[in-house]
Design a protein around this ligand. Structure first.
Ligand SMILES: NC(=O)c1ccc[n+]([C@@H]2O[C@H](COP(=O)([O-])OP(=O)(O)OC[C@H]3O[C@@H](n4cnc5c(N)ncnc54)[C@H](O)[C@@H]3O)[C@@H](O)[C@H]2O)c1
Ligand SMILES: Cc1ncc(CO)c(C(=O)O)c1O
Length: 310
């Protein structure tokens, strides 16, 4: 199954518009829904921006695609073959929205959640048809990062998983999660890295600038070309065995949240969204940084598209 003719994306904040723009690029009629009229107005600009990024990536437009912006949930869901839930990461809210979606669509419609890591079965419990419910974890920015995690719940059918993998294959790379664990793969690995990085900065081992340089131009660069499992073979499993024998016991095993982070969030220093976080941002800095990040992601995505997967 390729990209469905008609899709609905429920929640048009950080993730919804990029998801909608990507599906529309591949020919789907997408209805983007939100409870906030302001969010939907912002979404139109976000979709336009995402579409121009897809142009920079030279991704062809499949005829027939479009995005419309619907404040009314039932209207947004009309005729949808695929519904993607992208409301805030709050379990009870997601359950409530999923119940509203189920009440408006047929039992054959695939409902996917963009949760960052809540086990699918934790959300499926109250559903009438959990067999058609599945995880579809996009990364931010969703129109640029082509890897999508596909996560079954305990009752999700193999047919639904196959159908969603078929959809992802139309525009990206699927990572099928075989066992439901919180955070799936991507966020578990990302949060393990973030935990160690924050620990190193807290200990004064490096400044945040030098840590970012080290990770970007060291493992970040390498892992963009060589997956970690392949890298083990390249480095040699004997090397890994020797180094991990003394290093693993010394790595951060902090089970709480980094004090550096909690200190900043207590001061409402949340990062780019408040123009102050791990880094301070002066006048115009956030827009400039976002533009630099976008330019870099487009350039690297194009370069990676030219190499065969290693
Ligand atoms: N931001 C990220 O980097 C990222 C990446 C991958 C996955 N996710 C996941 O995607 C989901 C959405 O994340 P986000 O960052 O886009 O959140 P967000 O807070 O930016 O946007 C959520 C949107 O949902 C809307 N909303 C709230 N209740 C609603 C309802 N009942 N019906 C319709 N819309 C409703 C809000 O108005 C808001 O516009 C979360 O589960 C999150 O964990 C986020
Ligand atoms: C810090 C962080 N947490 C969650 C996610 C995705 O679920 C991301 C991301 O997509 O980049 C992230 O950076």
């Amino acid at each position: 199954m390729n990209v469905p003719k008609t899709s609905a994306v429920i929640g048009s904040g950080t993730m919804g518009p990029g998801i909608a723009a990507l599906l529309a690029r591949y020919g789907s009629t997408v209805r983007l829904n939100d409870i906030s009229e302001e969010a939907l107005q912002r979404a139109e600009t976000a979709c336009t921006t995402a579409s121009s990024v897809l142009n920079q990536l030279e991704i062809p437009t499949v005829p027939g695609g479009s995005v419309s912006y619907e404040l009314d949930l039932a209207t947004a869901l009309t005729g949808a073959d695929l519904v993607i839930e992208a409301v805030p990461e709050k379990l009870e809210l997601k359950k409530s929205v999923l119940a509203q979606i189920e009440a408006a669509v047929g039992a054959e419609v695939i409902i996917a959640t963009n949760t960052s890591g809540i086990p699918i079965s934790d959300m499926a419990g109250a559903m009438s048809h959990p067999e058609r419910f599945i995880g579809m974890h996009w990364s931010n920015p969703p129109h640029l990062i082509p890897m999508i995690e596909v996560i079954r719940g305990e009752q999700t059918t193999a047919e639904v998983e196959d159908a969603l993998v078929g959809i992802v294959k139309a525009f990206g790379y699927e990572a099928v999660i075989e066992k439901e664990v919180p955070g799936f793969i991507e966020n578990r690995v990302l949060y393990a890295i973030m935990r160690e990085c924050l620990s190193l900065v807290e200990q004064g081992v490096a400044t945040q600038e030098d840590l970012d340089t080290c990770v970007k131009w060291g493992i970040g660069y390498k892992l963009a070309v060589i997956g970690p499992m392949r890298l083990l073979d390249m480095a040699g499993l004997d090397i890994y065995e020797s180094v991990s024998s003394y290093l693993n016991p010394d790595l951060s095993n902090e089970s709480g949240i980094s004090p550096l982070v909690t200190d900043l969030t207590k001061q409402n220093k949340l990062g780019m969204k408040t123009e102050d976080g791990i880094y301070p941002y002066g006048e115009g800095d956030v827009a400039a940084k976002r533009a630099d990040i976008l330019r870099g992601l487009v350039t690297v995505r194009k370069a990676l598209s030219e190499i065969t997967p290693v």
